[in-house]
Design a protein around this ligand. Structure first.
Ligand code: UDP
Ligand code: MG
Length: 326
């Protein structure tokens, strides 16, 4: 096999602080990999600007002018990490034999990419980066993330523990992603469904190089809920089960109170009344919430809106490379 063309896809949302470092580090890595004859000299880095409000796009565009390895894809609005990543994968696959996805903040150890490529040479089509530990995460993030993986597993979603979106996929594997029609693709859950020859590479996760997390609690929760409801109907079953149990409990309580009435020990009943109203009301709200979540999904999917809209794609642009520093 001749050296494969690698494209590294990097979704970026307001990453101006960290981008210059990221561009340097990844360019250096590509040069090394090229010298080691692991990848083709045509390998590139594709930065996907996910509708950033800062100078992210300017940085990408400008560095593309004097670095032949840097390509840019500008989305017209912010569509979120997963969709931005998909946009990058789909654009990159035309030009690549294999594609690595990595976050812009370089929390994932880029040295693992060398191992990814070696595995690709060994014939693996999907290589998942798996974190050894989560030393650098806050206590809160670590535990919520662990809980999330456990919950997903329990609900029958096959995701790899401590694997985020740091992975290598062959061009063929990326092409298969297009067969998954759902608009809201949760990549971590979908990739195992492709089922090609898959392996893991372990690495240590670092602190964000600069800037703030783009995943505040609100986004994290919506991501988790999305992941669960995209793949599993367990919450609906769980709600029905809780409903059934509470129905039984209320029957028992009802019987008990009727018995009390006949024995003449009628209490004012306020406490039981008010607690059951709150209990049932609460349960109903939870149930409606979950049902709403699924209906919302159906609603979104039936509209078949585009996942993202590309504004500028410098891969396909007749793009002037003024000089080649690297
Ligand atoms: N990101 C994106 N669109 C968004 C939010 C985030 O493209 O709406 C990108 C972000 O620039 C980064 C990656 O997704 O490259 C992961 O985000 P972040 O590092 O903030 O998440 P964390 O590592 O804190 O979970
Ligand atoms: Mg990060």
């Amino acid at each position: 096999m001749s050296d494969p063309i690698l494209t590294i896809v990097v979704p970026c949302f307001n990453e101006e602080e960290v981008l210059p470092i990221t561009i340097n580090e990844l360019t250096r890595l590509l040069t090394e990999l090229e010298q080691e004859m692991l990848i083709s000299p045509n390998s590139k880095i594709l930065f996907v600007d996910d509708g950033s409000k800062d100078h992210t796009w300017d940085i990408i565009y400008q560095s593309g002018l004097n670095n032949r390895r840097v390509k840019g894809l500008k989305l017209s609005t912010n569509v979120g990490h997963q969709q931005a990543l998909l946009a990058g994968l789909f654009s990159a696959k035309e030009h690549s034999d294999c594609i690595v996805s990595i976050d812009a903040d370089l929390q994932d150890d880029i040295r693992a990419i060398r191992e990814f490529i070696k595995k690709f040479h060994d014939g693996f089509e999907v290589v998942l980066g798996v974190r050894n530990e989560r030393k650098t995460d806050t206590f809160f993030k670590k535990h919520t993330a662990q809980g999330f993986y456990k919950l997903m597993k329990k609900m029958g979603v096959n995701i790899v523990y401590n694997h985020a979106d740091f992975r290598l996929m062959s061009r063929r594997a990326v092409e298969k992603l297009e067969n998954f029609g759902e608009i809201n693709l949760f990549l971590r859950g979908i990739v195992p469904l492709i089922g090609f020859n898959t392996t893991h590479v372990y690495y240590n996760r670092k602190e964000r190089l600069a800037g703030e997390t783009k995943y505040p609690l609100k986004k994290m929760l919506s991501f988790a809920l999305d992941g669960i409801t995209s793949f599993s109907v367990t919450p609906i079953r769980f709600v029905s089960l809780v409903g059934f149990v509470s129905f039984l409990v209320s029957l028992i309580f009802g019987g008990y109170f009727i018995l009390l009435k006949f024995t003449g020990n009628t209490t004012t009943g306020w406490t039981s009344l008010i607690t059951s109203i709150w209990l049932i009301g609460g349960l109903q709200l939870i149930a409606i919430g979950f049902i709403g979540e699924y209906i919302g999904k159906i609603y979104k999917e039936t509209k078949r809106r585009p996942r993202y809209i590309v504004d500028i794609d410098t891969f396909n642009l007749a793009y002037p490379v003024l000089s080649d520093e690297n």
